[in-house]
Design a protein around this ligand. Sequence first.
Ligand SMILES: Nc1ncnc2c1ncn2[C@@H]1O[C@H](COP(=O)(O)OP(=O)(O)OP(=O)(O)O)[C@@H](O)[C@H]1O
Ligand SMILES: [Mg+2]
Length: 360
Amino acid sequence: MADVNLRNVTKSFGKVEVIHGISCDIDDGEFIVILGPSGCGKSTLLRMIAGLEKITGGEVAIDGRVVNAIEPAERDVAMVFQNYALYPHMNVFNNMAYGLKIRGMAKEEIKRRVLHAAGILELTEFLERKPRQLSGGQRQRVAMGRCIVREPKVFLFDEPLSNLDAKLRVQMRLEIRKLHENLGITSVYVTHDQVEAMTLGDRLIVMDDGRAVQIGSPLEVYSRPSTRFVAGFIGSPAMNFLKARVSADGRQVAIANDIHLPLPGPAPSDIRSREAILGIRPEHFEVVDAGGVMLDLVVDHVEILGADTLVYGRVGDAAAELTIRLPDVHDFKASAGLSLAVPTGRLHLFDPHDGRRLDV
Ligand SMILES: Nc1ncnc2c1ncn2[C@@H]1O[C@H](COP(=O)(O)OP(=O)(O)OP(=O)(O)O)[C@@H](O)[C@H]1O
Ligand SMILES: [Mg+2]
């Protein structure tokens, strides 16, 4: 086990810089998830930790040792890829044992490690089978077994579940979490799936275009997103964004059509009398009886999902569009009117120009 330190890490391919200086101290035994859209640099960052990609600037340290110039095989890390190609002609035992054999490890030790990993992964009864005789989830577990037998200091995962169907992904997600709880090996896990990130990570590194825009626990990132990008990326359906203006006294925010929502506290002076983007998550609306009303929504369209209902509609004359999510089944008719309230602590404000969070 080991901690991993990224210190102002940069990466350029030719003249193009794709990672623009990322720093993060990953604790011993921590499960950290790198989350971000396609092309933002997740795999590149992971591959720099693995040693598969040269580090252009900054430092990567594993267990206190700077590894910039250390070969991948000497870094004591094990990586699980999206395409976890198993050797088709070898059975499960030999697929797991192969990496240890070529390192020249003693037969008895190899057997001990493979049987131990197979036990953890519930693969013991499949050790004689070839990969084609296994389900997708079982093959994925063999790929993880190959890493476990190496007893590495750090596990690196690059979207290991993206080839599996939705149900299996949920199951494997739980298994990876359980595995981590059992082994406690420092893990860095890349995904663009926010649910995977929220459920697996002790902390998330949210990346946008080669930068770490927020590093924090899943709940911190959900409840206090540091930028509009993070706010829109985490949560499903995505957060609603409305053009708004903060009042001169900083006590309320008006959305375009002159609807005023109270802010939790008076906003600091630099935020008063200015344009802002107001963010409200779909799940934070409540339908209320006329009275404590804040927004009047005209319903356009309703999707009943069983456990929840998604309501799409418009508020006010400016017809700002909103999505709201209500628990349970609601069969509202199109053009029905709903009175909505939002707890003040659930309002988010962002700078309209650079998207950073404005704290009120
Ligand atoms: N070998 C390379 N040569 C040049 N550019 C590269 C190379 N590898 C990656 N890039 C570029 O670096 C950027 C980051 O790529 P990377 O593969 O890290 O993204 P990612 O976040 O893992 O995306 P995805 O979710 O699609 O896997 C992209 O713009 C990509 O085109
Ligand atoms: Mg990738």
